[in-house]
Design a protein around this ligand. Sequence first.
Ligand code: 5AD
Ligand code: SF4
Length: 481
Amino acid sequence: MSKELTQITNKFEGEKETQRQLLYIEKAKEYVIGLQKELGHKPTCCVTTFGCQMNARDSEKLAGILELAGYELVEEEDADFVIYNTCTVRDNANQRVYGRLGHLNSLKKKNPHKKIALCGCMMQEPSVIEKIKKSYRFVDLIFGTHNIYKFAELLVAMFEADGMVIDIWEGTDQIVEDLPVERKYPFKSGINIMFGCNNFCSYCIVPYVRGRERSRSPKDIIREIEALVADGVVEIMLLGQNVNSYGKNLEEPMTFAELLMEIEKIEGLERIRFMTSHPKDLSDELILVMKNSKKICRHLHLPLQSGSTRILKEMNRRYTKEQYLALAEKIRREIPDIAITTDIIVGFPGETPEDVDETIDVINKVKYDNAFTFIYSKRTGTPAAAMENQVPEEVVKEGFDRVLKVVQETARERVSLMEGMTLDALVEELNEQDPTLVTARLSNNTIVHFKGDASLIGKIVPVYLKECHGFYYLGEMLTEG
Ligand code: 5AD
Ligand code: SF4
């Protein structure tokens, strides 16, 4: 079939699938009503998210379906239905899931109607499914990343089954639009613009559990954002594992920068964020579009992973230390007020203290506004897991501490540069520790707390940045007049 015909067929199939799932939601509703009669109260459900922004967005989709099916969403895991949306990017995420499952089992013993479901990246690993089948028999439903749009259908299957329902797919080219979503924040939202990843960095499990790269059509993306804006959203975060390669495989190819220009035109939308950028694909066109934009936030997350060209090659990152530095310099030159943040891995196989020195050199030169530093985690099935020269734990720890120290020092230095400025901030919530304060986010992603009340939530207001406290500010809102 031609590419064009495949895409038309997929779209048609996608629309049919949406209708099917809406019917399953109706069917699930009947089961939930039945359950309500038995329980004597509206059944409750809890969606727990592990991992990245993509998973957070998927969880909003799960919550949307559960709510429409008649569940009441709660935060506590003693709910009548609990679903864990899992992550497997590093092994500690897996271990946390296993640890918490034991607790869920004890809650289930007290509530025989309780159902437990697991989904997300970790479920795409065959060894995980084997372990759950063997040691966690009390789980009722398991599915993966490719069939999440079938959640309503799977819920019905769970209600009708005697034992554990398992449905894991190896991949899909299906993108199903227009299913219900329950947003965590009324004023901001994530939007998937693409799924999967084709980069195969040698340490990373994502391409295996999220499948090949697929871009949504710009029309569908714009339509979704317009609907969100009509519903009160002022800030959006465009989500993809590698947004810079957006649109390459579309029927009418389009660059990420072109997509941004279209999104910029949406009236009522105030802020545009995106995540994540791969340095190898970041174009001059994108830098120019960001520079000229009134809406694209002054923040770029640009994962470095390592500052050593030798290790970068082993990681299959496809850029050198010098290329990365030149790119960061160009971005800072063109957009001086931009914040650059990054991800760093310490302890990749074969990494020496000299390689760590190279990473530290890049940190000192770029001066990140924030950096997430991770200890390398061996993921079965990735090329790096089979590499021989795994680094001993004590050596990794020593390198990790050195990197962290420099990251903290340089980030403090960068963030403190804004002291005394007045900048716009989007108020997100009441401060957790002190409810006389609100917590807001600057365009460059820095957090600022200041006196205010709940009526400000969702508004963009000018804030005087009075005191820098490491990674955040205490400020004062400027009022007119
Ligand atoms: N070990 C440690 N960190 C990893 N990441 C991805 N895979 C691994 C791994 N096996 C980190 C990368 C990536 C971030 C999302 O997670 O830094 O950018
Ligand atoms: Fe993993 Fe690399 Fe893809 Fe990011 S770009 S998801 S690190 S394979």
